[in-house]
Ligand binder design. Structure first.
Ligand code: HEM
Length: 449
């Protein structure tokens, strides 16, 4: 399937024996980064159309990487032996905020141990139980929307998804405590960009410097998180509780060991950072698409009124196909590896190109159209629909995120009528490591129940 000229498993080499990388855009790395930041989808799709299923892009800070847009090659990367593919190492800068024991920055056996402990609270019945919490939070949010009120969906959805994490993951119920967590943790989120700054700027130049203020905010956040962990350890009803933190406190690995307080702190921070803005952005994209597709929105309302959730689930799946929140997951090669017929050298990053695969016309006819109907049978192809990545690093919160998107969309479309304040669909831009609607999807409430 690869459009890149395949070799016999070994890349041609240049005269000085440096491996030749697959073709890709030429010119300064800073220009490629600017193109990716300003028009990520258009840039990736343009490079794919020009260079094929494997193309090399050079970025400042992140270095050289190869995007892979062939589902078979992505399958090969995500299955079988992955010990030469490091995701934790690629995520290392995030460790400043997440902590060094976060599942996101670990690799190998340490990663697998944390992952196995984290997975059960996010599976099947646990997520079904969270739906009630999500509906409660969404109902309360929508109850305050009055006709004429204007806001951006991304901002309101951030507030909502924070509350879902606070209740379902942290297990905190008291509104005042949720508010305190929101203020303290949002202060960290607003400064997380510091982790991506060049090393020279990651120094304490006083409390007002980016680094100094991040450290102060982290100390305040850590104090609250450790307080919450200590309280929960002593909670008389710990064994009966169903929030993720309580489940993690009871979890044991194969040697009968539980998670330490530092590990719990790092995973709470990870779940917040990985699960709060991503889901909020997914919802903002869903409303951008729905409010610009009246027939689709009308059908969604009809199907919900008739008691069927199939179309609602298809809307979530199609939103994540057309507007993935992460453009590409990433792995760093520790050894040379043959990818789509090219031997890539150790040290380069490999990016399974989520945003590009999901626009392949051979897999999705009329790939640029928003058509939930294509997913009405409920089936998705693991390596052609991968908004949550794949393999041993696939998103732990995928089921929660999809349930959350579905319940929030259900509540909003059945309770209120919104109008998009922009005539056309939003441009997609890059913020940090995520794709977002450029203006956050501004809306106005037209009718409220
Ligand atoms: C629409 C919402 C979300 C999207 C698009 C998303 C996407 C992703 C992606 C692309 C990855 C990387 C996978 C890979 O490298 O192969 C990931 C990892 C992860 N996500 Fe999510 N995510 C979302 C929501 C959540 C939620 C709600 C949580 C938890 C509360 C969560 C927790 C995590 C964790 C812990 C990892 C690291 C897994 C590992 O390294 O083993 N995510 N997510």
């Amino acid at each position: 399937m690869s459009a890149t000229a395949p070799t016999a498993g070994r890349a041609p080499r240049t005269a000085n024996a440096r491996p030749l990388l697959p073709p890709g855009p030429r010119g300064p790395a800073a220009i490629h980064f600017a193109q990716l930041a300003q028009r990520p989808l258009e840039s990736l799709l343009k490079w794919h159309a020009r260079y094929g299923d494997l193309f090399t892009v050079r970025y400042p800070v992140f270095g050289t990487g190869d995007y892979v847009a062939d589902p078979q090659a992505i399958r090969d990367l995500h299955t079988g032996d992955q010990s030469d593919l490091r995701a934790g190492e690629a995520n290392a800068p995030l460790g400043i905020v997440l902590g060094q024991r976060s599942v996101l920055v670990l690799d190998g056996a340490e990663h697998m141990r944390q992952r196995k402990l984290l997975l059960p609270p996010f599976q099947g019945s646990a997520v079904t139980a969270f739906r009630t919490t999500i509906r409660d939070v969404a109902e309360r949010e929508v109850a305050s929307w009055r006709p004429g009120r204007r806001f951006t969906m991304r901002e309101r959805m951030r507030a909502l998804t924070f509350e879902v994490i606070a209740r379902a993951v942290f297990g905190v119920e008291q509104p005042a405590r949720i508010e305190q967590l929101r203020r303290t943790l949002s202060a960290v989120i607003d400064r997380q960009y510091v982790a991506l700054l060049p090393r020279a700027l990651q120094r304490d130049l006083g409390p007002r410097s980016p680094w100094g203020s991040l450290q102060a905010r982290l100390r305040a956040a850590d104090a609250l998180l450790y307080e919450e962990i200590a309280r929960r350890r002593d909670a008389p009803d710990l064994d009966a509780r169903t929030d993720v933190l309580s489940l993690l406190l009871r979890a044991r690995d194969e040697d009968g060991e539980g998670l330490t307080d530092v590990e719990l702190r790092d995973e709470l921070m990870t779940m917040l950072l990985a699960g709060h803005e991503t889901t909020a952005t997914g919802l903002a994209f869903a409303f951008d698409l729905l409010l610009h597709a009246p027939a689709t929105l009308a059908r969604l309302r009809d199907e919900l009124a008739s008691g069927s959730d199939a179309y609602l689930d298809a809307v979530v799946t199609e939103t994540l196909r057309l507007r993935p929140v992460i453009d590409a997951n990433q792995r760093k090669l520790t050894q040379p590896r043959v990818v789509a017929g090219w031997e890539l050298p150790a040290g380069v990053a490999v990016y399974p190109a989520i945003a590009v695969v999901q626009r392949r016309a051979d897999l999705y006819p009329e790939p640029d159209a928003f058509r939930p109907e294509r997913f009405l049978d409920g089936r998705t192809e693991s390596y052609a629909w991968l908004p949550f990545g794949g393999g041993i690093r696939r998103c732990i919160g995928a089921a929660l995120a999809q349930a959350e998107m579905a319940e929030v969309i259900r509540t909003i479309v059945t309770r209120v009528e919104l109008r998009a304040r922009r005539a056309r669909l939003e441009h997609v831009v890059m913020r940090g490591v995520t794709l977002v609607p450029q203006h956050g999807t501004p809306v106005e409430v037209v009718r409220a129940a």
